[in-house]
Design a protein around this ligand. Structure first.
Ligand code: SF4
Length: 343
């Protein structure tokens, strides 16, 4: 069956094999980030509505489970082509996912803009992991990079996340995406270090652009810069052990997969039968409808051998469904591969 709101599972550096659920259905978001991989926000709003009704989404998930019960993902991830907390049936969706796939934890991606809403906080309590992003605590950088609906003062959002974390028993993986010359300032790093010390998330993931963003103004930072920020912010996470003494980072923090630019495809996760060729092609096409990707990124995301992905790309390009852009040879993107996008 072809799914409208379910995509993947895809391999994500942050969550492992993750089955994505799109709670918006269209480019609806409370931000219009310069780096957005799914393109420019078409409806910039803070209004919560059942953009994708819970019933439609959960019916699809039941169908997916019946077809794939022998290959469950590491996470069901609520996200999609915008901000998932804008869906006013978020609570029903999270509870429904846990009923349909009781052994699979539910993660919610969020840009943090709705975290001051008590209904949103209440709904998120049911999730196993929340992945909020806060790219800059400097107002002018936040406004320039994330372009939030109605402006917004980032310190208020950051404080709401702290209040939420005090009540929440699941995991919080904070993401900070760095864009060269916009939010990679010393001022932001200093503020974020103070903030991470206060928030004590389970993990901080410092990322940068790995694919072309919606606007060319957004550029990846150098890998060394990302590493410096990652180390500086990870060091701020000091949890207390059972005796009440401060311990360095959790083992899980140290062992956690770094959220980073995808490296290279190995094909080692390959598990989709080669004979199901049209399914391979369809998977590649559906994934490219979400965002532009290189062959290696697709191979990792879809757990397919690189050779299968390249064959699918060549066919789709020949048929006019996708197009190829020149490789980005900047040091920061660190790729000689072309990006493929949908028409
Ligand atoms: S990156 Fe996320 S928060 Fe930003 S515009 Fe895209 S979907 Fe919205």
């Amino acid at each position: 069956m072809k799914f409208t709101y379910i995509f993947g599972p895809v391999y994500s550096g942050r969550l492992g094999h993750s089955l994505g659920l799109d709670l918006l259905g269209k480019r609806i978001c409370s931000m219009d980030c310069l780096y957005c991989e799914v393109g420019k926000t078409e409806e910039l709003t803070l209004t919560r509505k059942p953009y994708v009704p819970a019933k439609d989404l959960l019916d699809e998930l039941r169908q997916w489970r019946d077809e794939h019960c022998d290959n469950l993902p590491d996470y069901v991830t609520l996200g999609g082509s915008g901000e998932p907390c804008l869906n006013s049936e978020l609570d029903i969706i999270i509870k429904g996912c846990k009923q349909i796939l009781p052994s699979v934890p539910v993660a919610v991606l969020t840009n943090s803009t709705l975290l001051c809403d008590s209904e949103v906080q209440e709904a998120l309590m049911e999730a196993d992991a929340v992945l909020p992003s806060l790219d800059s605590l400097v107002d002018k950088e936040f406004t320039k990079l994330n372009r939030p609906c109605g402006g917004g003062i980032v310190a208020q959002l950051a404080e709401c996340l702290v209040q939420f974390s005090k009540k929440y028993s699941g995991k919080i993986f904070l993401e900070i995406l760095l864009s060269q010359g916009i939010n990679d300032s010393q001022e932001n790093l200093t503020l974020l270090k103070e903030y991470v010390t206060k928030l004590q998330p389970h993990r901080v993931d410092v990322t940068t652009l790995s694919r072309p963003g919606a606007f060319s103004l957004a550029k990846a930072v150098d890998p060394d810069v990302r590493k410096v920020w990652q180390n500086a912010l990870s060091e701020c996470i000091t949890r207390f052990d059972a005796n009440g003494s401060a311990s360095p980072q959790h083992a899980s923090q140290k062992n956690a997969p770094p959220a980073t630019v995808l490296q290279s495809a190995t094909g080692e996760f390959a598990d989709l039968p080669e004979q199901n060729w049209s399914a391979v092609k369809q998977c590649v096409l559906e994934s490219l409808k979400r965002r532009p990707q290189t062959p290696s990124q697709l191979a990792i995301a879809l757990t397919l051998p690189l050779s299968n992905v390249q064959r699918a790309l060549d066919t789709l390009e020949h048929e006019g469904d996708i197009y190829k852009s020149e490789p980005d040879r900047t040091a920061a993107l660190n790729t000689d591969e072309p990006f493929y996008s949908c028409q």
